[in-house]
Structures are given as structure tokens and as C-alpha cells.
Design a protein around this ligand. Structure first.
Ligand code: HEC
Length: 137
């Protein structure tokens, strides 16, 4: 094999590897949101958003997340106390609001949850979360 060909093969190999690494770091959900998730949500909803038996709903129902983009901030900030049907199962335990979270922290956790489990992959800004929180019923 001549030297030029070897250089071409080697450098394309390196390029592919680099592209893969960049792609991986972009598609990884934001770290800050992961920390908020682990500290404030995972104890109930589970590390993989799997929920717990018929007591805690999973966060992996992308239909539910997609349809409730405008409610997410209110659920996290003020809690929820009504029957919810997720992945076909009914849940009736209430969730308390997590009042100590700032709009920035809610935006981070929203981006983490939507990045992992929604189909829309919606991105939330802290400003948007503040507006949504102002509209909660
Ligand atoms: C103490 C346990 C607990 C904690 C902590 C908790 N949740 Fe919940 N969550 C629940 C329960 C129970 C429900 C169902 C509420 C209902 O049916 O009214 C719920 C419902 C939800 C829902 C709507 C239904 C669904 O599964 O999509 C979302 C979204 C949600 N929680 C997100 C979060 C996020 C994000 C956090 C962390 C910031 C969090 N929760 C922390 C218990 C908890």
C-alpha cells in the first residue's frame, strides 16, 4: 500500500472518530439538569424515569410530555393532585411542588427530561419557565 493511501485512510478514520465524539456530547442531555433530576426527582420517578409500581407515574411517556409542555413547570413548582393516566396506567397519589427550585433549575431539569423522554425535545429557557409559572392555576 502506498504511503498516501495510508495517510488518507488513517485521517478519515480519525475524522469519523472525532465526528462520533462531537455527536455524542451534543446528544447527551444537559449535565446541570441531570443533577437537579437526581437530587429532586429520581427518588420518586427513578433514575431511568421508570416510576414506581402504580404509585408514581413514569416520565417516559413521550405522548404525555409532548401534550403537557405548558404544564411541566407548574407540576414541578406547585405539584399536582389529580388522576393522571400515563402509559395506560392510572395514578392518583398527589405530588408536592418543589418550591425551592429556581426557574433556571426548573429549565435545566425540563431540558433534561424533554431531552431524554419526549419526542419534541423541546428546550426551555428560564424566562419561559417564569412565564409558565405565572400562568399556573
Ligand atoms: C415525592 C415523590 C415525587 C417527587 C420527588 C417528584 N414527583 Fe413528580 N410525580 C409524583 C406523583 C405521585 C405524581 C402523580 C401526581 C398525580 O397523579 O396527581 C407525579 C407526577 C409528575 C408528572 C406528570 C405525570 C408524568 O408522569 O409525566 C411530571 C411531569 C412529574 N411528576 C415530574 C417531576 C419532576 C421533574 C420532578 C423533580 C423536579 C418530580 N416530578 C418530583 C411524585 C413525585
Amino acid at each position: 500500500m502506498n504511503v498516501n493511501l495510508r495517510v488518507v485512510i488513517l485521517s478519515s478514520f480519525v475524522l469519523i472518530l472525532l465526528a462520533l465524539m462531537i455527536f455524542r456530547s451534543c446528544s447527551r442531555p444537559p449535565q446541570k439538569g441531570k443533577v437537579v433530576y437526581q437530587n429532586h426527582c429520581a427518588s420518586c420517578h427513578g433514575n431511568e424515569g421508570e416510576g414506581f409500581r402504580n404509585l408514581i407515574p413514569p416520565l417516559t411517556d413521550s405522548n404525555y410530555l409532548d401534550a403537557n409542555q405548558d404544564n411541566f413547570a407548574c407540576i414541578v413548582g406547585y405539584g399536582m393532585d389529580q388522576e393522571v393516566i400515563v402509559n395506560g396506567t392510572s395514578y392518583t397519589q398527589p405530588m408536592a411542588g418543589i418550591e425551592q427550585l429556581t426557574p433556571t433549575q426548573i429549565a435545566n431539569v425540563a431540558n433534561y427530561v424533554y431531552g431524554r423522554w419526549s419526542t419534541t425535545k423541546k428546550k426551555f429557557t428560564p424566562k419561559e419557565i417564569e412565564t409558565l409559572l405565572g400562568n399556573c392555576q
